[in-house]
Design a protein around this ligand. Structure first.
Ligand code: ADP
Ligand code: ASP
Ligand code: MG
Length: 436
């Protein structure tokens, strides 16, 4: 039996948390490969090590040295090593790291050092070998993971290595430069290692007792999801459930390795099992709710739109011309909504784009709706039950929430609605209460 365990930022935040990690690892000898994040927040307004490291990079760019920001990193790691009672010469490691950050002048390199330093400390504390992620995780020149190369490296590296600690979040490209995944990317590293060592289970240890029906910062005390499929998790993570990175599903999915989301601070809680479709039994109508704020919707109307060859293509080619990605594209007989993440729309782009669409497809009208939140209600159980949508829409109508857009994907796994940003929290609470 082999388990890969990934510990997130709160599990690495200080010596007490790291001692807790050690007791978890020692409680089960199949927990052989340990992937760690950089130290996260110790209290509400604390700053994550990764955020300070991005500041180190900014300081290098503006002054040539990361001295002031790196002092914060230095202090945190020295305190952790001292509190753990380790004899590790962390000062020398920190000196070298500071020098490398100054020299590399790379945001990715700087950001990666949180995981690197965490893994050095945890490997010394557990007495497990340190394996640098840059040896095994390879990106191509566009920053895309090279899956085949990485798989080969991971499986050959661990073939004869019983136990190891690996830093999450980063790898190297073929030019030898350190590159990171997007934020929260240590979850992806854990999944890649689990795939490469053919693990029986990928345990993802965090600060909540599993994947919750919705974000606990929005709904008070939401229920824990006992079991959920890979596909449902992808929908929820992509739509903002930050507990697991959306890209952490693909590697384990290839070998059907289940993921268990667990709470480092309540290890006795069962947490959530993320499983393939064929191992899943739905025990509730909806599985989870997640959402994101700040979208812009271009509502395009033209009568007989449906019979006009190439209409959608012409709209989308304008959007493409501005280098903008489309998030959703719900359509009716005479209407098409183009949903765009507002952060992509730099000053002036929206007006130019709308004018160009007007010229290109001569719609009856285009209506631009800004400050929209998208909220996804996800669940395999929905497909088999009549009236799920009715329950949802009735509850929202009763709560006086105006729905600006609806997109029910053909998968029947997901109903996405658009509401005003100001209704976001109320809307998630209303949907949660309607089904629980
Ligand atoms: P880690 O540092 O361990 O990777 P993250 O901060 O990335 O942890 O993810 C855990 C956090 O995700 C929780 O503390 C919680 O605030 C947030 N979160 C958002 N949506 C959900 C959800 N549906 N279920 C559980 N946690 C969620
Ligand atoms: N430390 C990185 C971040 O804060 C990666 C991670 O924690 O997964 O995004
Ligand atoms: Mg995370």
């Amino acid at each position: 039996m082999t388990k890969v365990c990934k510990f997130g930022g709160t599990s690495m935040a200080d010596a007490n948390a790291i001692r807790q990690v050690k007791s978890i690892i020692q409680a089960d000898e199949s927990r052989r490969y340990v992937v760690v994040s950089a130290p996260g927040k110790r209290f509400k307004n604390d700053i994550k090590v990764t955020d300070t490291l991005y500041r180190c990079y900014d300081e290098v760019v503006s002054t040539g040295s990361c001295k002031n920001s790196f002092a914060i990193i230095r202090e945190r790691f020295i305190e952790i090593v001292k509190d753990l009672g380790l004899s590790l010469d962390i000062e020398s490691v920190l000196d070298k790291t500071e020098e490398q950050i100054n020299k590399a002048k790379s945001a990715d390199f700087s950001a990666s050092r949180g995981e690197y330093l965490s893994a050095i400390v945890v490997s010394a504390f557990l007495g497990y070998e340190f394996v640098d992620a840059s040896e095994i995780i390879r990106f191509d020149s566009h920053g895309k993971l090279n899956v085949d190369y990485t798989d080969d490296k991971v499986s050959s590296k661990f073939e004869n290595l019983e136990r190891a600690v690996i830093p999450g979040f980063y790898g190297k490209n073929f030019q030898g430069d350190i590159m990171t995944f997007s934020r929260g990317g240590s979850d992806i590293t854990g999944s890649i290692i689990a795939h490469g060592v053919k693990a029986d289970l990928y345990e993802n240890w965090t600060d909540v007792s599993g994947f919750l029906v919705c974000d606990p910062r929005i709904v008070e005390n939401p229920k824990v999801i006992n079991q959920i499929t890979y596909k449902e998790v992808r929908e929820l993570s992509y739509m903002g459930a930050s507990v697991l990175h959306a890209e952490a599903i693909a590697p384990v999915m290839r070998k059907k390795i289940p993921i268990n989301i667990k709470n480092t601070f309540k290890p006795e809680d069962r947490g959530t099992m993320i499983v393939p479709n064929d191992q899943y039994k739905a025990d509730s109508i909806i599985t989870g709710i997640a959402g994101k704020k700040d979208f812009t919707v271009l509502l395009i109307e033209k009568s007989m739109m449906n019979s006009e060859v190439g209409f959608i293509r012409r709209v989308l080619s304008v959007v493409e011309h501005y280098g903008v990605c489309v998030e959703h594209l719900p359509s009716g007989i005479d209407t098409l909504s183009v949903v765009i993440d507002s952060h992509q729309l730099q000053e002036g782009v929206l007006t130019d784009m709308v004018n160009e669409i007007r010229e290109n497809v001569k719609p009856d009208f285009i209506h631009v709706i800004e400050n929209i939140s998208l909220i996804a209600t996800v669940g395999h159980g929905m497909a088999r039950r009549a009236g799920t949508a009715a329950t949802l829409f009735n509850a929202l109508a009763k709560a006086n929430i105006n729905i600006k857009m609806i997109d029910q994907g053909s998968s029947e796994l997901n109903i996405i609605i658009g509401v005003a940003n100001t209704d976001y929290e109320k809307c998630i609470n209303t949907i949660y209460n309607a089904f629980n």
